[in-house]
Design a protein around this ligand. Sequence first.
Ligand code: M6R
Length: 608
Amino acid sequence: MCGIVGYVGEKQAAPILLDGLSKLEYRGYDSAGIAVFDGEKINMTKAKGRLKVLEELTHDGATLPGVVGVGHTRWATHGEPSDVNAHPHLNQKGTIAVVHNGIIENYLKLKKKLTGKGYKFVSDTDTEVIAHLLDYYYDGNPLRAITKVMHRMEGSYALGIIFKDYPDELYAVRKDSPLIVGNTEGGSIIASDVPAVLKYTRDVYFIENEEIVRMKKDSMEFFNVDEEAIEKESTHIEWDVDAAEKGGYEHFMLKEMYEQPKAIEDTFSPRIKGKDIVIEELGMSDEEIRAVKKIMIVACGSAYHAGMTGKYVLEGMARIPVEVDLASEFRYRDPILEEGTLVVVISQSGETADSLAALRESHARGAKVLGIVNVVGSSIAREADNVMYTWAGPEIAVATTKAYSCQLIALYLLALKFSKVRGQISDSELSQYIEDLKRIPDQVELLLNNKNKIQKFANRYVAARDVFFIGRGIDYAISLEGSLKLKEISYIHSEAYAAGELKHGTISLIEEGTLVTAVLTQEDLYKKMISNVVEVRTRGAFVLAVTNEGNDEIKRAADYVIYIPETNRFFTNSLAIIPLQLFGYYIAVGKGCDVDKPRNLAKSVTVE
Ligand code: M6R
């Protein structure tokens, strides 16, 4: 996720900004920039690539003198990673500088309005809209301009702002994107995350939604959106730098699991317009959507598992035939891509060598490719005909959690869009699905908060040798992902089976005490699944069941039951995956494994 730092005080701002940004590097970024007011004008330097480039360009900040400024490390969302798209962004006169984390969902509408008023845009970002909008509303009162802009923006934001007219002031504001402020000796500092300020202060204020801060070198005032002064209490930070980078979580994987509710919401909310699904990036007219005869999903690892869920959802809901293939297989199997086939390549990194090769193979065969990608400007994003981004933000743990969850959401959105356009669901059904979608973030949060129960259970299985995951239909797809999560970080052998396949060989592996995780979220398959549970249990297995609230029958068949909240039959994987992620995580923690960097694995597999 992007990083923000701002400073106003007695010291030179630029070295403090660069130092703060370096403490946020772990969050992932593709470009960086700083803007500092020198007493006459706001000077700015921005550069694509590592922070080192910016440090060299500014001679460690020496070329940007001044005591008030803002800095930013950018993880691209709107617009490719580039010098011009890097933050800060200025208004046309160069008198206001803004850094921003988050996504302004209605930026296109605002951009149109501002363009109509004569504003010229130089970047592709949503952030530049904020700089021009501040300019539009600015009448000499920065606080007023900020509150007016807040009323116009939809989406999430944490902002650091400086105004040339107020050389001894720094402003900060946030909504749904974190921001902290603190007092240092002879200055005030803002940052998007604790590690950036720890060197300067351990007493910080956590800014809440729609709160504004006006800082001077020796004062800090807080306001609400009605410009009324409010009181806030500071918090003393005890964490060391390592813990601070992880936001107080023990591992990035756990932190990223906890980021899922927000990542999921960030992925669906820009695509829900009233009672409809609007996926502008799809680049397909309704006629073209109706003309699709088959969808071919290609991906690796967890992205492939998301694709498996996608197959059940797209086929079940939109009634389009879907094939899912591993990219490493697809590229060498002389695939048949008949006219009317839409290829969907799913990838978190957008750099996975096999997935990229599969994309090129599809193009060579004349197919249109839609990318579902997390990293903006990555190779797959650049080469696909159209890209639907998942807004998970950077993922640091090798084992994917939040990016996978967002891939599921992107696939649901695609299924809803195709189903509606192709007449497979009515307006009222679509409305109900949208309601269910909107409930997922809170439901995920609820499941995450149940972590102690799963940790307790996992502790009993730290010494397990083999674990099996079974499910039918969409629950088989989630079993594949649950099994991968467990094995990749805990090094325990685990396999996922379509439950009906057990009798064709695998059941001979079940012995006294073998752990079998059974996923039962499809009501019409409960009975079949319960038979499978009984089969393995009779042979000595210990059965952990993950099922829907209200499925009481399973209590008699399984040893331990975890319930997921109610949703429709297509979205259950988004909920069932949470206990499975937590289970894999706590087993790995219990075994003392290097959870975030499991042996032999890399985050991005850029070789065959
Ligand atoms: O970056 P991608 O989504 O293309 O990566 C695909 C796989 O390498 C990835 O999902 C891998 O399986 C993860 N380690 C799973 O946690």
